[in-house]
Write a protein that binds this ligand. Structure first.
Ligand SMILES: [Zn+2]
Length: 329
């Protein structure tokens, strides 16, 4: 109710100017952003805590907020685009604090891709800091019928591949074409090819899920990223440890969740890579169930979870293993 950082906060606010090129006193604002960027300590190009390196080599520069959205953009943009993500792989968006180098990335973008619906609200703050940019924007999650918790729409649509095929791909085609009209036909064709891959992927994943006895399709995860996944693949979402990212559950919250986990006969609890495993470990120990493995939700991981499709395969594989594993496993 009084979450300090609800992950679905003020998305409308952030999206008021979506897709329209933010024009004007162009040089001034851009200069500001660049000044910000240049002011950043040159942490260097070393590995680690850095946005994903641009990839693609195309002329249209696209910056996506998350690594998952960046990967989808690569599929639809193909050879015409160079894509990077603001948030490094392995880091969650809901409590992400932008760095000066993020302003530098945005300053050079032709198109900014975000999810909206409260997932990546930090983008609005970044853009406000340099309002005069001329980049196009596309907000992929906007307008998709949402599952709400406590009145807040859940932004994690992409964990249902049919929603990606139906909505995200179409919006990417449109957004890319607005930023690069000469590529419109290419984006449509790439988008169709990507959506066509998602059908067989979905069938493959459904077949995997079918290996879990229906009564054991119960999920408990770190944060509330899996409602669309659960709805699509037929899981019951028994609970989440962090209903509001950035807000620790109380001892009473945890005790209630332990009770639910036991009552539901949940076979395993899953950690998510972007969070410390501390709380789920405690929950699993307290409830006497195994902590199975790491799922990826908002951010890509290392191979084989280093692409959108790889992420889905990985998650389904881990969930199937966790919920079908023998008691001694
Ligand atoms: Zn999330």
């Amino acid at each position: 109710m009084s979450a300090p950082r609800p992950e679905n906060g003020r998305s409308r606010l952030a999206e008021g100017s979506r897709r329209s090129p933010l024009r004007p006193p162009a040089t001034l604002g851009l200069g500001l952003v660049l000044a910000l960027a240049v002011g950043a300590c040159s942490a260097g190009d070393g590995a680690g805590n850095r946005s994903s390196a641009p990839s693609g080599g195309g002329a249209l520069r696209v910056v996506a907020t998350t690594s998952v959205l960046a990967d989808m953009t690569r599929h639809v943009g193909g050879a015409r685009v160079t894509v990077s993500s603001i948030i490094p792989p392995g880091v969650g968006p809901e409590d992400y604090e932008p760095r000066p180098e993020d302003a530098r990335a945005l300053a050079t973008a032709d198109l900014i891709v975000s999810n909206g619906m409260g997932l990546d609200d930090f983008l609005a703050r970044l853009i406000e800091a340099g309002t005069d940019r001329a980049a196009h924007q596309v907000v992929l999650g906007e307008g998709i019928p949402a599952i709400s918790t406590d009145g807040r729409p859940n932004p994690h649509f992409w964990l249902d591949p049919t929603l990606v095929a139906r909505y995200y791909v179409t919006k990417l085609e449109t957004g890319l074409a607005e930023a690069d009209p000469a590529g419109a036909a290419t984006y449509r064709s790439n988008g169709a090819a990507f959506a066509a891959e998602l059908g067989p992927l979905d069938a493959e994943l459904q077949a995997e899920v079918a290996r879990i006895p229906a009564g054991q399709r119960k999920l408990v995860t770190d944060h509330d990223a899996f409602p669309y996944f659960a709805r699509h693949f037929g899981f019951e979402l028994v609970g989440v440890v962090l209903p509001n990212v950035g807000q620790e559950p109380t001892a009473a919250d945890m005790a209630a969740l332990v009770t639910e986990v036991r009552a539901a006969g949940v076979r395993a609890i899953f950690s998510e890579a972007q969070f410390s495993p501390r709380l789920v470990q405690a929950l699993a120990a307290e409830a006497g169930v195994s902590l199975v493995s790491t799922l990826y939700s908002d951010a890509l991981g290392s191979a084989p979870a280093d692409s959108y499709e790889g992420l889905l395969r990985w998650d389904v594989g881990q969930i199937v293993a966790g919920l079908t594993g023998g008691a001694g496993g």
